[in-house]
Ligand binder design. Structure first.
Ligand code: AMP
Length: 461
């Protein structure tokens, strides 16, 4: 069945609660999407065609996403930060039938069309979207997600997080990424719940929005920014039943400070463009700092290799069906028996709880020994003067790679290294510590270790 018909039910219930006090109902969303679907078809878009979109976060952009589904086409969102030459690569690679840069203008153009009456038939196995991964190394890859995969994940999440029509979701995430686009929107849609709709994260509107919301989804930087604001108090969070974090690791210090400030624990979950959400901490039960919780119902998870810590492999209904026009890369990333190699390194407790220690490509091999950056970062983060750290491997003439740390904060480098040596074997302890004001992050707040490696590449050579 077409995902559109599963997600959207026309009604008078509010869907978007806008900053100016205006509302858009589910009925208006359905009609707007229907008109845009009719426009897409009149422009020659046929089922399976890609519709590429690089546009501001507006209700019209959401209508365009839904219209693309309704017309049987494939939605291809692009980060608004991409430059023209970056966009050119995606357009050449994906060959979309249409590239939209202004969803509001397109919706205005669609106003003259009657809403498309019948949703174009699609099966669970048909493509709904292509999400290009951020691609820190090599070419960016388009993860292909089907109608069935997105629906399976959306139903699992609404159940896992207890969404109902009484919820109000605070939506401040970008919608060119799976987090804001699929995780957040689909939960609200399936619950027929309204969203406090913010074009981006800003302290004042988010704080005001919390007073009339029940659930917030955010990346860790949303939470560190909230905590840095004295206006964020227990009373400010009193209306909320759930704060969810993902897309990047949540620091244990953020988790602890948040609990101290509000009396509530952030629920951390783990996902990726290739599978949407994979694991989550429980709604009822223990949310543990530093752990991403348990595999969602229907997801099978295992650790590759003989050691307790290794690359996480998964199978499940929401796993993507391959990289767009990259059959060889797709084959490389799946095992012969059909498990997807996530590229994340982690371990799983006897009771099923999952802990992530970082990306496999960030693993450091120093003098032949494996060093997991997270182990060193956790210890570094406890030192006085350190707010956050990123541990990387840099080329070294003797060791192949040597461990170095880039730290937000200040301190005496030699004294800190000596302190770390008390707890860490020599090959694990950083040989250099660099102090910075901030770490390079992508749009989702993820620290870009590839940029750090580039910046400090010559340190030991
Ligand atoms: P993306 O495809 O852009 O969503 O990036 C997915 C990657 O983000 C995953 O493969 C993980 O490396 C990372 N990630 C997402 N959520 C978490 C989390 N809760 N903790 C640690 N890493 C995470």
């Amino acid at each position: 069945m077409n995902l559109y018909d599963r997600l959207i039910t026309a009604s008078d219930r509010p869907c978007f609660l806008l900053p100016d006090g205006a509302q858009i109902t589910y009925g208006e969303l359905d009609a707007g999407a229907g008109r845009l679907a009719a426009l897409l078809i009149s422009r020659g878009v046929v089922p399976g065609d890609r519709v590429a979109v690089q546009t501001d976060k507006t209700p019209e952009a959401v209508m365009l996403y839904l219209a693309t589904l309704k017309a049987g086409a494939v939605f291809l969102p692009l980060n608004t930060a991409y430059t023209a030459s970056e966009v050119e690569y995606f357009l050449t690679d994906a060959e979309p039938a249409l590239f939209v840069q202004d969803a509001v203008a397109l919706a205005a153009e669609a106003a003259g069309h009657a809403p498309l009456e019948t949703t174009v038939r699609r099966t669970d196995d048909d493509l709904a979207a292509i999400i290009y991964t951020s691609g820190t190394t090599g070419r960016s890859k388009g993860a292909m997600l089907t109608h069935g995969a997105l629906y399976a994940n959306a139903t699992a999440l609404t159940q896992a997080w207890g969404f109902t029509g009484d919820d109000v979701l605070l939506h401040a995430l970008p919608i060119f990424h799976v987090h804001g686009l699929f995780v957040a929107l689909h939960c609200a849609f399936l619950a027929r719940a309204p969203m406090v709709w913010l074009a981006k994260y800003e302290d004042a509107p988010v704080l005001a929005g919390l007073a009339r919301s029940t659930v917030m989804m955010g990346v860790p930087t949303f939470y560190t920014r909230l905590l840095a604001n004295p206006g964020f108090t227990q009373a400010a969070a009193a209306h909320m039943r759930l704060f969810i974090s993902g897309s990047a690791p949540l620091l244990e210090s953020t988790f602890a400070e948040f609990e101290q400030r509000t009396g509530t624990r952030i629920l951390e979950r783990y996902g990726m463009s290739e599978a949407v959400i994979i694991t989550t901490n429980p709604l009822v039960g223990d949310r543990v700092a530093g752990s991403v919780g348990y595999p969602l119902p229907g997801v099978a998870l295992r650790i590759a290799g003989p050691d307790p810590t290794g690359v996480i492999e998964i199978k499940g209904p929401s796993v993507f069906c391959g990289y767009w026009r990259m059959p060889e890369k797709t084959a490389q990333d799946f095992t012969a028996d059909g498990w997807f190699k996530t590229g994340d390194v982690g371990r799983q407790d006897a009771d099923g709880r999952v802990w992530i220690s970082g990306r496999a490509k960030d693993l450091i091999i120093s003098g032949g020994y494996n060093v997991y950056p997270k182990e060193i970062e956790l210890i570094l983060d406890e030192l006085p003067g350190v707010t956050e750290s990123a541990v990387i491997g840099l080329p070294h003439p003797d060791f192949g790679e040597a461990v170095a740390a880039v730290v937000i904060g200040s301190g005496d480098e030699a004294a800190m290294i000596a302190k770390l040596r008390e707890r860490l074997a020599a090959f694990k302890a950083p040989k250099r510590i660099f102090f910075v004001e901030d770490l390079p992050r992508n749009a989702m707040g993820k620290v870009q270790k590839n940029l750090l490696r580039e910046a400090y590449v010559g340190t030991f050579s």
